[in-house]
Design a protein around this ligand. Structure first.
Ligand code: GAR
Length: 202
């Protein structure tokens, strides 16, 4: 059986690209990206989708009176594309409760810090400014709060004395591009079991 994936994006889409590449090279089997959805009309991620023959959809949040109505439209698109799994890849909006309820433990996010530290925006800069000696990335299921859901994979890297915040972000991104495909592969193979807030790899 094939897992139909939707990827939600807002920007450059390098994590989207890593998922596309790892499906195309066979690392992730029995999965396809059925749709890429953006809340930003000129997101480069949409172009990446088109380059690989993947359906791309822009949903303009300003066309809707509130998040609930906006996500209702998104749910229609997800239904039309028979989506089983939603990946947030640089999607810069909080997911509302109706969408979470419809896709409980089937929405995954990647965050550029070792959660629960440095939630929210500019996580790499937050970690750099705090002076941590290790940082990294976290792939996790999405729940009702921001960046709090059960953790699937974390990878860490040292923060070097010579690092700028940009150096750190670039090295974290390299780990993101490995972690996200690994997490998706585990999900697609049915190897993730959520027990409370702990994810067990079966
Ligand atoms: C990535 O670093 C991702 O972890 C981060 O946005 C970047 C998107 O890059 N996401 C968040 O900060 C979510 N809170 P990409 O568009 O090249 O994948």
């Amino acid at each position: 059986m094939t897992t139909n994936i939707a990827v939600l994006v807002s920007g450059r889409g390098s994590n989207l690209q890593s998922i596309i590449d790892n499906i195309e090279n066979g690392f992730i089997k029995n999965a396809r990206i059925s749709v890429v959805i953006s809340d930003v009309d000129d997101a480069y991620a949409l172009e990446r989708a088109r380059n690989h023959g993947i359906t791309d959809v822009f949903i303009d949040p300003s066309d809707f009176p509130n998040k609930q109505e906006y996500e209702k439209e998104m749910l229609e698109v997800l239904k039309d594309n028979e989506v089983d799994l939603i990946l947030l890849a640089g999607y810069m909006r909080l997911i509302g409760k109706d969408l979470i309820a419809a896709y409980r433990n089937r929405i995954i996010n990647i965050h550029p810090a070792l959660l629960p530290s440095f939630k929210g925006l500019h996580a790499q800069q937050q970690a750099f400014d705090y002076g941590v000696k290790v940082s990294g990335c976290t792939v996790h299921f999405v729940d009702e709060q921001m960046d709090t859901g059960p953790i699937i994979i974390q990878k860490c890297i040292p923060v070097l004395d010579t690092d700028t915040a940009e150096d750190l972000a670039a090295r974290i991104l390299e780990q993101e591009h490995k972690s996200y495909p690994e997490a998706v592969k585990l999900f697609v193979e049915g190897k993730l079991k959520v027990e409370g807030r702990v994810v067990v790899h079966t």
